[in-house]
Design a protein around this ligand. Structure first.
Ligand code: ADP
Length: 336
């Protein structure tokens, strides 16, 4: 059963919890303070009582005793009133600061939850599109009583294409979800880049794109496979978005504490409006112009891998003027 407070705004509920804790502490200290002050008051008044000549044998119910007791009661009442005002003041201040603190605490949690739900709905949407296409094709083929073998093969081929795409998507999603499992060793960026280039050489050759790799040796601490994947994503994008017969240049700078690796292409470039968003999951800039067939996950995976290596990816690009993606990663030592 849902309790009434569960339907309240989370910030209000958290404020209530903070306030309860603060007020319990304040109340506890007020009680302790009251008993300490009341004890001292009684002691002080007892001294006065003795000073007014009411020594041993004096009647405590006499006029001096009565005055002293009245004085004590008045002082205790004043003390209680002061403590009550103090607690009301604490309550007002604590309510305001608790609400501020609760909102501040919840903001990143709400943002993370929203990102998570956006990610799930984007992922479902991306999965749905090829699945619907496959379903439609299979249903049409099954309804066709005179389906020939060639037609059936075409349906299977087209479905296989979609399955390959779906597998790629699920691999990307898994990599985004995976937090650990990296095996850090000393990796030479030159070797990792050479492997990434060889992975993409066939694709580049198909478009007659020349990849010029001028990477120098630099030893970084990293997971070899992840670094090759990361560099491959940058080169893959360069190949994917570059026109035929163009050139991609890979440069490195190992002169500082960070080794940097730049993948430079002569593709369509990326407009300013998109530049800040291309590392977001499922973000595709201007699909019609670049003709992208991707899911918009490559750069978010690359960024995540760079983060895991305490590195970062910077991009310089202008629409129509090509792009430069630079990976910066802390160096262990300069290579030979
Ligand atoms: P995708 O799978 O769509 O390539 P990415 O996350 O790798 O996803 O890239 C996000 C978007 O950034 C792409 O859709 C593309 O518009 C743009 N982009 C990335 N790299 C380049 C590049 N080298 N040249 C032009 N546009 C690029």
């Amino acid at each position: 059963m849902r309790r009434w407070w569960q339907s309240l705004d989370p910030a209000i509920r958290l404020t209530g919890s903070y306030l309860l804790i603060i007020m319990l502490i304040s109340f506890f200290f007020s009680v302790v303070l009251y008993y300490m002050a009341a004890g001292q008051l009684s002691e002080g008044l007892r001294h006065q009582y003795l000073r007014f000549g009411c020594g041993p044998g004096c009647d405590p119910q006499g006029p001096v005793g009565l005055i002293v007791r009245e004085e004590l009661a008045i002082e205790k009442g004043r003390l209680i009133a002061q403590l009550a005002y103090f607690n009301i003041l604490i309550l007002i201040m604590a309510a305001a600061s608790s609400l501020w603190l609760a909102r501040r605490t919840l903001r990143p949690i709400e943002a993370a939850l929203e990102a998570q739900s956006r990610f799930s709905s984007d992922a479902s949407h991306e999965l749905r599109t090829p699945l619907s296409a496959m379903q439609a094709e299979i249903e049409v083929a099954l309804r066709n009583k005179k389906l020939s073998k060639d037609e059936a093969i075409n349906v299977l081929k087209s479905n296989l294409e979609e399955v390959i795409k779906l597998r790629g998507l699920s691999d990307s999603l898994l990599r985004l979800a995976r937090e650990n499992g990296l095996d850090y060793t000393a990796v030479d960026l030159k070797i990792a880049t050479a492997e990434a280039v060889s992975r993409l050489q066939v694709l580049a050759d198909k478009k007659h794109i020349k990849i010029v790799d001028q990477t120098d040796s630099a030893i970084v601490s990293g997971d070899y496979i992840s670094l090759v994947d990361l560099i491959s994503i940058l080169i893959d994008n360069a190949v994917k978005y570059s026109p035929e017969n163009s050139q991609i240049t890979i440069l490195s700078d190992t002169s500082s504490r960070f080794a940097s690796l730049t993948v430079k292409d002569n593709g369509p470039g990326i407009g300013n409006t998109h530049l800040t968003r291309i590392f977001e999951r499922f973000y595709r800039a201007d699909v019609s112009r670049t003709g992208s067939g991707g899911y918009g996950l490559g750069l978010s995976i690359a960024k995540k891998l760079a983060d895991l290596h305490q590195g970062k990816i910077e991009v310089k690009s202008q629409a129509g003027k090509g792009s430069e993606f630079t990976l910066k990663i802390p160096v262990l030592k300069q290579g030979a």
